[in-house]
Write a protein that binds this ligand. Structure first.
Ligand code: NAP
Length: 237
């Protein structure tokens, strides 16, 4: 069963003293990458927290989630017109895109994350939507050096192309004028709960670990509600 634990994000506002981005219940959140995984879990957690939710993905429809405040938008995150339309009437965006973990990912260039972000950021600006929570991953950007050497070598071998594109994604977000928070979860699991998981903003506190997608979703909703960790990349393990 999905756990709605407010504590993940509630500390954030207190830690960062930034509540200008706090989102009240009833506001509308656009989740990009909403058909499965963290995105779908975020839709459920956000609805449980009283938000209205618009979920965008290529393979999504009304049947994906039965809730009166849920709207499904079947679209490609790379389509400028569709993303612009999906942003209308929204107050925040959660970007939880992912790609298939298959051999092609190891060989082919990865560009989804940076290209989708290059579509999203100007569209947010045009629509006047400021708040953005974007999921990347532990090992991306400056969190790479927090990996022990053997883990870093493995990460670069397996995830190098994905991480490089997520680094381009993070750079674009950092350079934007959005109220952004980058969330870097550790290894994702399907287990129902991980009680020890917490947001870690301080590099000395960064460590890898296992977190459930539901826990990541709860952390995202906490960030939306509390408005904390503005302009920070935080590890969640
Ligand atoms: N696996 C791990 O241990 C781990 C650790 C840390 C971070 N992460 C990262 O966390 C993120 C979420 O992971 P997850 O496992 O929850 O993801 P996931 O289950 O693979 O879901 C990815 C979502 O992105 C959507 N998507 C992909 N391409 C799209 C496009 N062009 N337009 C619109 N939607 C698109 C998919 O929907 P459609 O296919 O229906 O479009 C789906 O809803 C990923 O970036 C992943 O790399 C993973």
């Amino acid at each position: 069963m999905h756990r709605q634990d407010e504590s993940y994000g509630q500390d954030d506002a207190a830690d960062t003293h930034s509540s200008s981005a706090a989102l009240a219940a009833g506001r509308r959140v656009l989740v990009i990458g909403a058909s499965q995984g963290i995105g779908l879990a975020t839709c459920k957690a956000a609805l449980a927290a009283g938000f209205r939710v618009r979920g965008l993905a290529r393979n999504i429809d009304r049947r994906s989630l039965h809730h009166p405040e849920f709207e499904a938008v079947r679209a490609d995150a790379l389509n400028e017109a569709d993303v612009a339309a999906a942003l209308q009437g929204c107050d925040a965006v959660v970007q939880t895109l992912g790609i298939k973990a298959d051999p092609a990912t190891l060989i082919n260039p990865v560009t989804l994350f940076s290209r989708a972000t290059d579509v999203l950021l100007p569209a947010m600006r045009a629509a006047g939507v400021a708040r953005l929570v974007a999921v990347t991953g532990y090992g991306v950007g400056d969190s790479r050096r927090a990996l022990p050497l053997p883990e870093r070598i493995l990460f670069e071998t397996v995830m190098g192309r994905v991480a490089a594109d997520k680094e381009r994604q993070e750079s674009a977000i950092r350079a934007s004028d959005t109220q952004w928070t980058i969330l870097r979860p550790g290894f994702l699991t399907l287990v129902a709960s991980c009680p020890a998981a917490r947001l870690r903003a301080d590099p000395p506190d960064w460590r890898n670990g296992f977190v459930s997608r539901n826990a990541v979703a709860d952390a995202i909703v906490g960030l939306l509600r509390g408005g904390g960790y503005l302009h920070k990349a935080v590890v969640f393990t």
